[in-house]
Design a protein around this ligand. Structure first.
Ligand code: NAP
Length: 253
């Protein structure tokens, strides 16, 4: 595929963690990748990994929960990299607390970044996908969608993203656009390291304790999730849509 035919992907929250691994993986699959995160400068490392390996990438700073910033970011990607036809809604935050201690802002922030963010990004990108007659949307859900103590806000949005995903699959299928969700279990990133710190555990001990509860006896790595996203975004995956894939080292109910 020549540079002009190269499909363009946007990965949100791609400065680090699962998003960074996904951006690098999609570039290895031949995609041009917009590495989007709150702070444009923080995207440099991911961009350098891609360009250093001969790929095309662009750092984009934007808050996915802000409609104007999302519109500007998608316009810039279209101008500088090409029309985005692959979208990975990965940007995320935690504001964990038991319900009786959860503040209005703990709730609103999590809803804004995960749900409103995925909605704004998908709405801004869908026109390019419809015009191309091809699109791939992957939303990051979580095993927490099944319920998790201290995460009423996060569990609600991660379950909500599953309904959002299925609805996009129904609405956009006739335009060649698929929508799927990847729902990771425990993945070793700054997010889970922050959870370890919050409960007063060393990260290594926290991971070891988690691994004993996982059938494959290890925690996940960002590349484990990137692999699943690479499958859903592949050109050949056009008949797989509206699915939720748990990437958790074992079955979840
Ligand atoms: P992470 O290491 O905390 O990375 C999240 C990234 O999202 C950060 O770079 C962060 O930027 C960015 N971000 C936050 N708010 C944003 C906003 N409003 N606009 C744009 N970017 C924003 O998280 P991760 O562990 O890789 O998780 C990635 C996704 O997977 C999340 O949706 C998470 O909920 C989901 N997930 C993770 C796990 C896990 O075990 N790690 C399990 C299930 C699901 P800043 O650094 O500037 O805040």
């Amino acid at each position: 595929m020549s540079t002009t035919e190269q499909r363009v992907a946007i990965v949100t929250g791609a400065a680090r963690g699962i998003g960074a691994a996904t951006a690098v993986r999609l570039a290895a699959e031949g995609r041009a990748v917009a590495v989007l995160d709150l702070d444009e400068a923080a995207c440099a490392e991911t961009v350098e990994k891609i360009t250093g390996a001969g790929g095309r990438a662009l750092a984009v700073g934007a808050d996915v929960s802000d409609s104007d910033q999302v519109a500007a970011a998608v316009a810039r990607v279209t101008e500088e990299l090409g029309a985005p036809v692959i979208l990975v809604n990965n940007a995320g935050v935690l504001r964990d607390n038991l319900l009786f201690k959860m503040s209005d802002s703990d709730w609103d922030t999590v809803v804004a970044v995960h749900l409103r963010g995925a909605f704004l990004m998908a709405r801004a990108c869908q026109k390019h996908m419809v015009d191309a007659g091809f699109g791939r949307i992957v939303n990051l859900s979580s095993s927490s969608a099944l319920g998790n103590r201290g995460q009423a806000n996060y569990a609600a949005v991660k379950a909500g993203l599953q309904g959002f995903t299925k609805t996009l699959a129904i609405e956009l299928g006739k335009f060649g656009v698929t929508a799927n969700a990847v729902a990771p279990g425990f993945i070793a990133t700054d997010m889970t390291a922050a959870t370890a710190a919050r409960v007063g555990m060393e990260f290594e001990d926290f991971k070891a304790a988690a691994a004993t509860q996982i059938p494959v006896q290890r925690v996940g790595e960002p590349a484990d999730v990137a692999n699943a996203i690479a499958f859903f975004t592949a050109d050949a995956a056009g008949f797989v849509s509206g699915q939720v894939l748990y990437v958790a080292g074992g079955p979840l109910n």
